[in-house]
Write a protein of this length. Structure first.
Ligand SMILES: Nc1nc2c(c(=O)[nH]1)N[C@H]1C(S)=C(S)[C@@H](COP(=O)(O)OP(=O)(O)OC[C@H]3O[C@@H](n4cnc5c(N)ncnc54)[C@H](O)[C@@H]3O)O[C@H]1N2
Ligand code: MOO
Length: 345
């Protein structure tokens, strides 16, 4: 198809090649005539008052496609036509991509940049590794010109679907957690446990149940044994709270090491949460949670947990890159994940 420019008075009976938007300040912004509309005699005065003395109408031409069709094709290619996404009807060449499930959003950011370097089209997303909910819009795509060479869309489709889709949602796979609350003051009843309820609630958001829960005093051997016996009860992961810092009674990192687990990192470049430990034993994650996870609203735990639950194995490098954007600004009202925390990747 190609465009033909005609004088508005000569457009009666012709097929409109684009939406015509009406804006009434403070009242309305939206299309008055839609692409594909056949112009009638009575529309002419209204078109003239909208400032349209000329219109673009369609002239069929092979090798070119309309922006709406192109945007639709791009959205389908980017999501691999997965049922985890719902693609909206095109509007003025824009298509929205929404999640139909709760899960971890994965964007191949390198390929996204390559796609957006092709020119003539844009693919725009929220950040990768975001925990998304059913119904949330996660991406939008728009074709810049009204019609575009089909060849360009074919190249974009190839890029979108190479090996695996550009945009994916990973379901949360881990369901059962074990929790070890350390601290002699808690074990001996000097204070009430305030950590367990916080962790339980954070896990429950993702549908994870704490199926084993143990209180242990600040003793390396006892904590280490508790981790092993918790893992023996077929949990998918273990969280150990407290004792992560540098006091003589902070023995949790040593206890995790003593289980023989592979230590990915002791320390993570996120504030709060810098004393975090991640380790794996028999491919099951063990997380050492510093006191700030109990105290602060959002910490490194909130950044890493959705990825762990989606079954990703987190490397030391993936923790290291969190430093860029890892500083919580302690806003008076927290809007996480709608903020910069953890978005430097
Ligand atoms: N010299 C340094 N001091 C601290 C550092 C550091 O790098 N150098 N790091 C700070 C950071 S960051 C954090 S976070 C905390 C880490 O604390 P821990 O994980 O070692 O926490 P604890 O010492 O076990 O407890 C701190 C505080 O919280 C209370 N607590 C602990 N567990 C519970 C529980 N289950 N229920 C209620 N209250 C609990 C505990 O009684 C302590 O009062 O260290 C900084 N210091
Ligand atoms: O582990 Mo503390 O990590 O930064 O508040």
């Amino acid at each position: 198809m190609s465009l033909k420019k005609v004088i508005v008075e000569n457009s009666v009976g012709m097929v409109l090649a684009h939406d015509i938007t009406q804006i009434i300040p403070g009242v309305k912004k939206g299309p008055l005539f839609r692409k594909g509309y056949i112009v009638t005699e009575k529309d002419i005065p209204q078109l003239l008052t909208l400032g349209k003395e000329h219109l673009y109408v369609w002239e069929q031409q092979s090798g070119w496609i309309h922006e709406d069709e192109a945007a639709n094709r791009l959205a389908n290619a980017a999501t691999g036509e997965s049922s985890n996404f719902e693609i909206s009807s095109p509007k003025e060449g824009r298509v929205n991509i929404a999640s139909t499930v709760n899960g971890l959003l994965k964007i191949d950011t390198e390929r996204l940049t390559s796609l957006n370097s092709l020119g003539g089209l844009v693919m725009v997303t929220v950040h990768t590794n975001r925990p998304v909910q059913k119904g949330e819009i996660v991406a939008g795509t728009r074709v810049i010109p009204l019609i575009i060479e089909e060849e360009k869309i074919i190249a974009a489709e190839k890029l979108c679907s190479a090996n695996e889709p550009l945009i994916k949602i990973l379901p949360y796979r881990l369901r059962h957690a074990g929790m070890i609350i350390t601290g002699s003051e808690v074990k001996k009843g000097r204070i009430k446990d305030g950590f367990g309820p916080v962790v339980k609630e954070k896990l429950a958001v993702f549908g994870v149940d704490v199926v084993v829960s143990t209180y242990v005093e600040d003793d390396c051997g006892k904590i280490s044994k508790a981790i092993q016996s918790t893992l023996a009860q077929s949990v998918d992961m273990v969280v150990v709270t407290g004792g992560m810092s540098v006091d003589p009674d902070d023995v949790t990192p040593s206890a995790i090491k003593a289980t023989g687990a592979d230590i990915v990192s002791y320390g993570a470049p996120v504030l709060p949460g810098s004393m975090f430990m991640l380790a794996y034993l028999d491919n099951r994650p063990i997380m050492g949670l510093p006191g700030c996870v109990m105290y602060n609203g959002v910490t490194v735990f909130d950044l890493i947990l959705p990825r762990i639950l989606a079954g990703e194995r987190i490397s030391a490098r993936e923790l290291a890159v969190l430093g860029h954007g890892g500083l919580c600004l302690n806003c008076p009202v927290c809007h996480y994940p709608n903020c910069a925390l953890g978005k430097g990747i």
